[in-house]
Design a protein around this ligand. Structure first.
Ligand code: NAD
Ligand code: UGA
Length: 315
C-alpha cells in the first residue's frame, strides 16, 4: 500500500520556467509529490519521471486556496524575471511579483501553510561597495524589478512574523543562474547561441560588469535544502562566491566552443548592477549548502544542451 505523506507534497509556482522545470525534475526524482502551477503548459517529462500534477493557472486571478490542499511547502518561483525591461512595465512587475505573492501568502495564512521558499534576487543589493554581498547589508535596489523582488521578500517575511502564524519563510537570493534551458533573454544563452550561429553578441556597457553565475542544478539543491531546513525564517544567498566579467565569460565560452565571438558594444542599461558576488557563509550554515559545479563544468553542460537542442531530428 502506498502511504501518502502530506509533509512531502510541494507546490512549485513557475513550474514551467527555467528554474522551475529543473526543480520539478529534481524533486520528483526524490521522495516528493510535486504539484506544479504555471501560466504555461508543462513541457513533456522524461518517460521515467515520477508522476506529478501540473496545473495551468494565472496566479493573479485564480483561487489559490484549493492548490494548497494537502501541501505543506510552497516554492514560489513564478514572477516576471528580467531586470532591464522592468522600467517600461512596472505595473505588470508589481502585479506579477508583489500582488501575486500577497495572494499566495493570504491563501497560505488561511490554509495553515508551514513553509514558503521564495525566489528573491541578488539584484536587491544594488551597487554595494566591492566585496561579497552579505545578507546583513542594507538592500539598495536600482531597478524596478529589484524593488518588486525586495517587496515580495519582505512581505513573505512579514507574514511569517505575524502573531500566531505557522509559516516559516526561506527567502533565497539567487545570483545569476545559468544552465540548460536558461531563459533566452539572459547573457549566457545569448552568447552560446550567437557563437554557435556566428552572430554578434550585444554587450551592454564596456563588458567589465561582473556576475556571480550559479549553475541551475546547484540552485535547485539550495531550494531542496530550504524546503527541509529547520526554522526560523531566513534570507539566504544562493551563489558561488566567485565572479567573472561579461568580457571574461564571452572569452571562456568562445574557448570552450572552439569558435570566435563577435561582440558589438551597446550603451549600459539602466538598472544593471556593476558587480555581484555572494557571501556564502550564512547559506552554508543555515542550509548546509555550497555550490559545487565549477563554471567550466556548468558551461560545458549548458553548451552541450544548446547544441543538442539545435540538432535536426534524426541527426
Ligand atoms: P522564468 O521566466 O523562466 O520562470 C518564471 C515562470 O513563472 C514562467 O514559466 C511564467 O510563465 C510563470 N509565471 C509568471 N507569472 C505567472 C502567473 N501570474 N501565474 C502563473 N505563472 C506565472 O524565470 P526563471 O529564470 O526560472 O526565474 C524563476 C524565479 O527566480 C523568478 O522569481 C526570478 O525572479 C527568480 N530569479 C531568477 C534568477 C535567474 O538568474 N534566472 C536570478 C534571481 C532570481
Ligand atoms: C539575472 C536574472 O535575469 C534576474 O532574474 C536575476 O534577478 C538576476 O540575474 C540576479 O542575479 O539576481 P542579470 O544579472 O541581468 O539578471 O542576468 P543576465 O541577463 O544574464 O545579464 C548578465 C549581464 O550581462 C548584465 O550585466 C547584462 O547587462 C549583460 N548582458 C545581458 C549583455 O551585455 N548582453 C545581453 O545580451 C544580455
Amino acid at each position: 500500500m502506498t502511504v501518502h505523506n502530506p509533509r512531502r507534497t510541494v507546490l512549485v509556482t513557475g513550474a514551467a520556467g527555467f528554474i522551475g522545470r529543473h526543480l520539478v525534475e529534481h524533486l520528483s526524482s526524490r521522495d516528493h509529490t510535486v504539484i506544479g502551477v504555471d501560466l504555461r503548459q508543462a513541457p513533456p517529462r522524461p518517460a521515467n519521471a515520477a508522476a506529478g500534477r501540473h496545473i495551468v493557472a494565472d496566479l493573479r486571478t485564480t483561487d489559490i486556496r484549493p492548490l494548497l490542499d494537502g501541501v505543506s511547502s510552497v516554492v514560489h518561483l513564478a514572477a516576471l524575471p528580467g531586470v532591464r525591461p522592468s522600467w517600461d512595465r512596472f505595473d505588470d512587475y508589481v502585479e506579477s511579483n508583489v500582488l501575486v505573492t500577497r495572494r499566495l501568502l493570504e491563501a497560505g495564512a488561511q490554509t495553515g501553510l508551514r513553509r514558503l521558499v521564495i525566489a528573491s534576487s541578488s539584484s536587491v543589493y544594488g551597487n554595494q561597495r566591492d566585496g561579497a554581498m552579505n545578507e546583513d547589508q542594507p538592500p539598495a535596489p536600482i531597478s524596478p524589478y529589484a524593488v518588486t523582488k525586495l517587496a515580495a521578500e519582505h512581505l513573505a517575511l512579514a507574514y511569517a512574523a505575524r502573531p500566531a502564524s505557522v509559516l516559516t519563510t526561506m527567502a533565497l537570493r539567487f545570483f545569476t543562474v545559468y544552465g540548460p534551458r536558461q531563459r533566452p533573454d539572459m547573457l549566457i544563452s545569448r552568447i552560446i547561441s550567437a557563437v554557435r550561429d556566428g552572430r554578434e553578441i550585444r554587450v551592454f556597457g564596456d563588458g567589465s560588469q561582473r556576475r556571480d553565475f550559479v549553475f541551475v542544478k546547484d540552485a535547485v539543491r539550495a531550494v531542496t535544502a530550504a524546503i527541509d531546513a529547520p526554522g526560523p525564517s531566513r534570507v539566504c544567498n544562493v551563489g558561488t562566491g566567485e565572479q567573472i566579467s561579461v568580457t571574461g565569460i564571452i572569452a571562456l565560452i568562445s574557448e570552450l566552443m572552439g569558435r570566435p565571438a563577435n561582440v558589438r558594444t551597446e550603451p549600459h542599461r539602466a538598472g544593471d548592477v556593476v558587480s555581484t558576488r555572494a557571501d556564502t557563509a550564512r547559506t552554508a550554515e543555515a542550509l548546509g549548502f555550497r555550490a559545487s559545479v565549477s563554471l567550466r563544468e556548468g558551461l560545458r553542460e549548458h553548451i552541450d544542451a544548446v547544441r543538442s537542442e539545435s540538432m535536426p531530428v534524426g541527426a
